[in-house]
Write a protein that binds this ligand. Structure first.
Ligand SMILES: [Zn+2]
Length: 251
């Protein structure tokens, strides 16, 4: 399939390359949502950009089929956006709807790492089994480059072949700093103090570790048109002492 424009939507004052909800492009999103909700394995598609005479056009790759836990994302130097599904895994007690640590590590590696070269890739879409859609969106290239160089590239997140090193949940390995930050935010801040559900606590904890990283987490609830951004807010006392951090829920 070939189409000529990617709609750009304004979401929380940031530009985001979205597949158009009204035009031809939406077939990808709807088809993948359907696969996420009814499928038993994960699927992925990549949107590629080609520029001819200064005019960009977009194509999508063939649907890639994975297993219940993961799917390959086929990227090249022309890749613009990747999309993949999150299906329910009956073997697990709970499957998170939102992005895994793996999803973040793959996006960063694809954009800033040396393998494979996908410098245009700013967005990774996740279509979840409950009908919600998530986007990890690189909005500040310089900040994301620093986040990758200073924390991720040297933090023991990838093996010698450049593949993410993960725990059994497809998440950051347990002895890494990102897992420490995540685990604190998930268990303490959001489940215990704020009383969030597992999925909401997971999403908020991912937003928490992404503070200042140049990468945003956005979510569109089922049946909604708009993507909303997870914002993190530092809570201070009247004297300016930091009390904690709260992530707003995307609802
Ligand atoms: Zn994923």
């Amino acid at each position: 399939m070939r189409y000529n424009s990617l709609a750009v939507s304004r979401v929380s004052k940031s530009k985001l390359n979205l597949l158009d909800s009204a035009g031809n492009n939406s077939v990808n999103l709807d088809m993948l949502i359907e696969k996420a909700m009814s499928g038993t394995v994960e699927y992925s598609i990549t949107v590629e950009e080609t520029t001819f005479d200064g005019v960009p056009s977009y194509t999508q790759t063939e649907l890639e089929e994975g297993n219940v836990n993961s799917v390959a994302m086929i990227t090249s130097g022309r890749s613009k956006t990747t999309l993949h599904t999150h299906v329910k895994n009956p073997a697990k007690g709970h499957t998170f709807t939102g992005p895994s640590g793996n999803d973040l590590l793959v996006l960063l590696k694809q954009h800033y790492g040396d393998l494979p070269p996908s410098k245009k890739l700013n967005d990774s879409y996740m279509l979840a089994y409950d009908g919600s859609v998530y986007v990890l969106h690189i909005y500040d290239n310089a900040a994301a480059q620093l986040f990758f160089d200073n924390l991720v590239a040297t933090g023991g997140y990838y093996d010698s072949s450049g593949n993410p090193i993960l725990n059994s949940e497809n998440h950051f390995a347990d002895d890494t700093r990102l897992f420490e930050y995540y685990d604190y935010a998930y268990e303490k801040l959001y489940k215990e103090i704020w009383g969030y559900s597992k999925d909401d606590a997971h999403d908020a904890a991912m937003a928490y570790i992404l503070r200042g990283s140049g990468v945003k987490l956005l979510k569109r609830m089922p049946e909604q048109e708009e993507f909303k951004q997870y914002d993190t807010e530092t809570l201070t006392t009247p004297k300016g002492k930091v009390k904690g951090v709260k992530s707003t829920k995307c609802k």
